[in-house]
Ligand binder design. Structure first.
Ligand code: ATP
Ligand code: MG
Length: 531
């Protein structure tokens, strides 16, 4: 799949087209245009959220509007301030800034008064039925539901019971507040949906002030209205909630926010649900939310992803009205494309094999110039040292090489990147027959950039000077799952974990210059080139 970033960036997605049209027709003004990103603080953000962030903040940026960050914190049991902090850090890191930071819990008092208003209008009632009874009365998509015996309570009785619900007179599950709509509606979400449930639980912001909490459907749309959100963008599964979203707004006569849907971002070889990611963390299958194998924003950041590459991924993957799965390779190619331009090259040997250059002076060292990034517009160089003992990759040498192996073999020659051509003279072995080191000679007149040797070699291999090398632990990460769609498999998605998703090499050798750099700087290790 090939992507031309430029033209992709200039073309508008279907929501941007719609909004551009509304701005042109005057349906909304630039000043009014307001989107929101509404995470529930019950986990770390993942790449699906990143797409929603890029979409919501991107629209505001593109058309001169604004975006609110609203924590949808109506479920006290699963939410935590640790998540609030990580979410803010991740959005900032992605390069976006919200106009306002709001919390649905700040609206609890207003939402309560909205509920009272609906009760007074005869549009909501307190139900004593249990969750099972309510489910049983719900009917099926093809069969109408049945009215609850509590459906026709008087307004006064409902007001009294709802006040007592708030005051903590009832236990969890004893009563609910329901909207009085239509138990025969073909849309199940309109069959007297729950508005409030009783939950005696501590909330991370409101403490013990409340023991009734609004349901998603009664919190989300109303919060949009309170903030004057013009475009409430959510994923497709909420399309069936839209009539209810509009019903509450109409009956309450509040700001007419409008809901728009797009297909959630799925990526092959991973899962994208906080609930599942939390299982991976809790069951210690990964080392936390920011494990580099996780599809979380903090995980891919540790993996080396740049904010620009993720924004670009959101752009080229695009948004759709239909369910789809984005190829994991597209994500990786967006990163490669960016790192190729910005990451300095460096040499690292992951699995070292010592090479002694027999004809190189024991006390001699040289400083060689190495170009940092052949793709960069401006050339920069670093110093690397070269001396009698160096390390090369074990894989770059074979004692009994098959035909077509172009790297180092006994009697064969290769070029050391940025340095000299060497020839393998002797393989030195341990008592058990394994190779302990190899002895080579170097060709003095073959120095890179001023080669007068006339020798043609078939490959250039990377190396690190043994005298100055730093020993490092290198962790090589691969995909976390062995199958394209772990969610769609039979049984537990965790049985498809890739057992080789992390390989640790504790004796890698790297250039000492790496020690001088920050944690989040990115480097590209040179690999051997076959010429
Ligand atoms: P999860 O199932 O992972 O918990 P969620 O939708 O419950 O996801 P929220 O915190 O409620 O997570 O989502 C915040 C916003 O991010 C919502 O507007 C939601 O639609 C959007 N979002 C969540 N997951 C995705 C995804 N995979 N692709 C696009 N947008 C997403
Ligand atoms: Mg959610």
């Amino acid at each position: 799949m090939s992507h031309n970033n430029k033209t992709e960036k200039e073309s508008l997605n279907f929501l941007e087209e719609l909004i551009e049209g509304e701005l042109q027709s005057g349906r909304v003004s630039k000043e009014q245009l307001l989107t929101r990103f509404p995470p529930e603080p019950n986990g770390y953000l993942h790449l699906g959220h990143a797409s929603s962030i890029c979409l919501n903040f991107g629209i505001a940026k593109k058309f001169g509007g604004r975006t609110n960050l609203r924590f949808d914190d109506t479920n006290p049991v699963t939410e935590d301030t640790e998540y609030v902090e990580s979410i803010k850090a991740d959005i900032n890191w992605l390069g976006f800034q919200w106009a306002n930071e709001f919390y649905a819990s700040d609206y609890f008092e207003t939402l309560y008064s909205y509920a009272v208003e609906l009760i007074k209008k005869g549009l909501a009632y307190v139900d004593d039925s249990t969750a099972e009874q309510i489910a049983a009365m719900k009917g099926t998509p093809t069969q109408a539901g049945t009215d609850s015996p509590f459906r026709n309570r008087s307004v006064d009785e409902n007001l009294d019971l709802f006040t007592r619900m708030r005051n903590g007179e009832f236990k969890d599950g004893e009563k609910t507040l329901r909207a009085k709509i239509d138990m025969a509606s073909p849309n199940m979400h309109l069959r007297d949906p729950l508005m409030y449930r009783i939950k005696h639980a501590h909330h991370h912001r409101t403490g013990d002030k409340w023991c009734i909490y609004p349901m998603y459907d009664f919190a989300h749309g109303q919060s949009d209205s309170i903030e004057n959100i013009t475009h409430s963008i959510c994923t497709l599964e909420f399309e069936v909630h839209k009539p209810l979203y509009n019903w509450f707004i109409e009956k309450l006569g509040i700001f007419p926010s409008r809901q728009f849907e797009f297909a959630r971002r799925n990526i092959s070889y991973t899962v994208m649900s906080k609930r599942k990611l939390l299982q991976l963390v809790n069951e210690k299958i990964v080392d936390g939310w920011d494990d580099p194998r996780m599809p979380t924003i903090s995980g891919v950041r540790r993996r080396g992803y740049t904010a620009e590459s993720i924004r670009n991924f959101a752009d080229v993957a695009g948004i759709s009205r239909r369910e789809n799965v984005t190829d994991y390779n597209l994500l990786e190619s967006c990163l490669r494309e960016h790192l190729n331009r910005i990451a300095a090259r460096t040499m690292a040997v992951i699995n070292p094999l010592k090479v002694v250059l027999l004809n190189y002076g024991e006390d001699k060292t040289e400083t060689l110039k190495a170009e940092n990034n052949p793709e960069a517009a401006e050339k920069t160089y670093r110093d690397i040292s070269f001396s009698r003992e160096i390390y090369i990759e074990k894989d770059d040498f074979m004692e009994h090489a098959p035909e077509g192996f172009f790297r180092l073999t006994p009697g064969g020659m290769v070029r050391l990147k940025h340095a000299y051509i060497i020839r393998c003279e002797k393989v030195v072995k341990n008592d058990d027959g394994s190779i302990s080191e190899i002895h080579c000679t170097y060709i003095p007149e073959s120095k890179s950039g001023q080669d007068k040797s006339g020798i043609k070699v078939k490959s250039v291999i990377h190396w690190v000077d043994a005298a100055s090398a730093v020993t490092a632990e290198v962790r090589l990460y691969d995909k976390l799952f062995t199958v394209e769609a772990p969610d769609a498999q039979e049984g537990d998605f965790k049985s498809y974990i890739n057992p080789d998703s992390l390989k640790v090499f504790s004796d890698a050798k790297v250039e000492p210059a790496l020690l001088k750099h920050d944690k989040e700087e990115r480097f590209q290790f040179c690999v051997s080139d076959i010429l």
